[in-house]
Design a protein around this ligand. Structure first.
Ligand code: CTP
Length: 405
């Protein structure tokens, strides 16, 4: 099942580390090559000898050999290993290591390796309930998820301290299947491809402090960029104003207005293999943006008329210039969804349109999940169940990456 796959297994210092011995054994049984990387604290819970024996490879703990009589290590071993792995799982992941990774600290071999990693990274947090629910830990986990790391939900139950709640490391079979799932999504079917993604809202200025915007959080587009990068693509993410972190291995271009987004997209479109327009582009913009802040007295006493003019339709322009590119658009509809989305698909010369209704349960702005219907130019219509946005992104690529010319 995992024949030929290269797994980096990180182990940090927690009582659940003993389960990682079983995990390593399962990976090896399934045909994978396993390189175990431990922290010093982890070696208090499970011995490096146990892990070396089970993984059939020498465990790495230190950046530098602790004893002068030990063989010298290759100076770039952390980089070589980062490129070697097909996936990395850290199980258990302590609050401390999660915090370090979220902030880019590289103070031991494991965290240094993580910083150089290109493959998918899965973390299995395991700690006491209060440490897990601590606001700082939760913020670190949210930050890691934003950059495209998969952070598993711990199991709830009795903990080593005698307290009860979320904090238990998931069982070995679940960890194993998460690695299998991640490898499925990382089969590098977009290697060598250039994928252009747009995300977020646009801000159309009224004056230096006010704008017309919308509620798009950018999460769907960022998930698409993260998934494409994990599948090996060169990804450029053109983003409107959002508060999200840039996914790992993604080049990001920030824009504010629809016109800026249009020029950024058109500058990159010719060289792209695929364009995914997940941005919520404003259709209209103020005719004039006042150079000075508009004062209340200027407009008091009567209706305030704000004159708007049409913005360029970025997708339509791209559709008209399409050569080899596959173009995936999004449609936001609150009624007659499939019919309206089909019209957009043909009017904008798209290959695929992803329909979503922000009013549906588990969908919409700011949510981590979405409910979408995928409609293709050849007429297929498939409604996907409610899924995490990253899973929707992967479902789209699993289906459409093989169709790229
Ligand atoms: N889009 C675009 N340029 C615009 C407006 C929209 O490229 N000026 C793209 C969006 O990124 C999305 C698709 O077009 O992928 C559909 O956007 P949507 O707002 O649903 O459709 P509109 O064509 O703007 O039509 P309407 O607002 O009337 O539904």
């Amino acid at each position: 099942m995992l024949t030929g796959k290269r797994i980096l297994l990180g182990i940090t210092g927690g009582i659940a580390a003993y389960k990682s011995a079983f995990l390593a054994r399962e990976f090896v049984r399934a045909g994978a090559e396993v390189q175990v990387v431990m922290t010093r604290a982890a070696s208090q819970f499970i011995t490096p000898l146990t892990m070396t024996t089970l993984s059939k490879r020498e465990v790495i703990i230190d950046m530098f050999p602790p004893q002068p009589d030990q063989p010298a290590v290759q100076p770039t071993r952390h980089i070589d290993l980062a490129l070697w792995g097909d996936v990395m799982m850290i199980a258990p992941a302590t609050a401390n290591t999660i915090a370090k990774i979220a902030h880019g600290t590289a103070d031991n071999f494991l965290t240094t390796l993580v910083l150089a990693l290109r493959c998918p990274l899965i973390l299995a947090p395991a700690m006491d309930v209060d440490m897990y629910l601590n606001d700082t830990t939760q913020r670190n986990i949210a930050a890691l998820r934003e950059t495209g790391c998969s952070v598993l939900e711990p199991d709830a139950g009795e903990l080593a301290s005698g307290l009860s709640g979320p904090g238990r490391m998931p069982e070995v079979d679940r960890l194993f299947s998460e690695v299998v799932k991640s490898l499925d999504n990382a089969h590098r079917d977009l290697a060598g491809r250039t994928v252009l993604v747009t995300a977020g809202p646009t801000y159309e200025p009224i004056d230096p402090v006010r704008f017309i915007g919308n509620r798009s959080s950018g999460k769907m587009g960022f998930a698409i960029a993260a998934a494409a990068a994990q599948r090996g693509a060169n990804v450029t993410l053109i983003s409107g104003p959002v508060t999200l972190r840039t996914p790992r291995n993604v080049r990001r271009v920030d824009v504010a207005t629809a016109r800026e987004m249009a020029s950024a997209v058109m500058a990159e479109f010719a060289a792209a293999d695929m364009l995914v327009m997940a941005a919520a582009v404003a259709d209209f913009t103020p005719v004039r943006s006042s150079e000075q802040k508009i004062k209340r007295e200027q407009k008091a006493g009567g209706p305030f008329m704000l004159e708007l003019t049409e913005n360029p339709d970025i997708l339509k322009t791209a559709g008209a210039r399409k050569k080899h590119q596959m173009i995936i658009g999004f449609a936001l509809e609150t009624e007659n969804g499939v019919e309206n989305a089909r019209k957009k698909l043909s009017a904008k010369n798209l290959d695929v349109i992803v329909l979503n209704n922000p009013l549906a349960e588990g969908a919409g702005f700011g949510s981590d999940t979405n409910v979408v219907t995928v409609i293709t130019a050849s007429g297929e219509v498939e409604r996907l169940p409610r899924m995490a946005k990253i899973d929707i992104a992967n479902a789209l690529f699993s289906r459409f990456a093989p169709l790229l010319p």
